[in-house]
Design a binder for this molecule. Sequence first.
Ligand SMILES: C=C(O[C@@H]1C=C(C(=O)O)C=C[C@H]1O)C(=O)O
Length: 394
Amino acid sequence: MEEKLDLLKIREQISSLDNQLLGLAAKRRELTMNVAKSKAHIIRPVRDQQREQELLVKLIQQGKALGLDAHYVTRLFQLIIEDSVLNQQAFLQELKNPNTKTPTVSVAFLGDKGSYSYLASYRYFSRRAEEIIEYGCASFNDILNQVESGNVDYGMLPIENTSSGSINEVYDLLQHTNLSIVGELSQPIEHCLLSAGNTSLDAIDTIYAHAQPVQQCSNFLNKQSDIRIEYCESSADAMQMVEKLTQPNVAVIGSEEGGQLYGLQALQKGIANQEENHSRFILVARKPVDVAEQIPAKTTLILATGQAPGALVDCLVVLKQYDINMTKLESRPIQGRPWEEMFYIDLEANLKSIAMQECLTKLTELTRFIKVLGCYPSEQVNPTSVPFAALHNE
Ligand SMILES: C=C(O[C@@H]1C=C(C(=O)O)C=C[C@H]1O)C(=O)O
């Protein structure tokens, strides 16, 4: 009895401390927003990795004195710093594009509540809007139509995945749209096998899923004998189906978080081929945005070269001349022109920079067709590493 009372008391103390930690995290966030305001005036980059490293080394030392291990302190503060950087970026981006700041945004995404695109939309706008008007669509094409027609403000589209690669259908649609890419988001995709009610993996003979998760979980699926795959238009459709059927022999591939919206439970977690399974999403809108100078920017181009030897190399040499790093190069066939390719290129550059403008002029001379799909803030915040000595007591 005494032990039980003690447990309650200790838990109360823990909860009270957790609440204080949250209060401190909120205060820290407020201070970093003041830092962002100062950077807006003096035009300094949001990221200062030297300051981050100094901060981490000091915190590791202070943590050690309190009995906290170096890896724990590092991970904790890398997460806090990532949040700080992304919030500062969102703030400066709004300052640069005041017309895009609205408390309510309407977003088109694939599927219904609980789809991966739905979760990505909420995550992206959590720092940027107070309310989302959801617009679930049946296809990628429909998402673009909804934005193009002015029915919704934004469209969220998956573009690539660390297991299954590029999403070709989205690349092909981008060739013909007038929309601009205005943002990106990388989201961990944690596939689970979900079911309605009590059942076991052995009892499952039918799995409902979208084609992308099926590809990304092929190793797990190949190991299951006598399983039938029922393809659905989105993971949300698949989850709705399994919720409706409520049978012990059916399951669905989806996220645990999304499955909760349909009362589904995880029979098995982490079923993707790669443990680190991430998808990159792009956000499209009718008007392009300018990226604040303090933020690392990406520019996406599509271009077609002539059929001459080394034509693509000539374009890449121009990038080298202007010291512009390319983070992705993808090629897709051009409809009606057999064996000719359209190249999609992601560059680490701000479209408004002198280097990028000069580079574009040169590329235009070298290509048959060139179009800027958009310039947007890079959301990739690679954690600052700490020196080996700081981590290992030296
Ligand atoms: C808050 C700042 O901006 C960024 C975030 C940091 C943080 O959250 O501690 C540290 C350095 C910068 O990368 C700053 O420059 O001080």
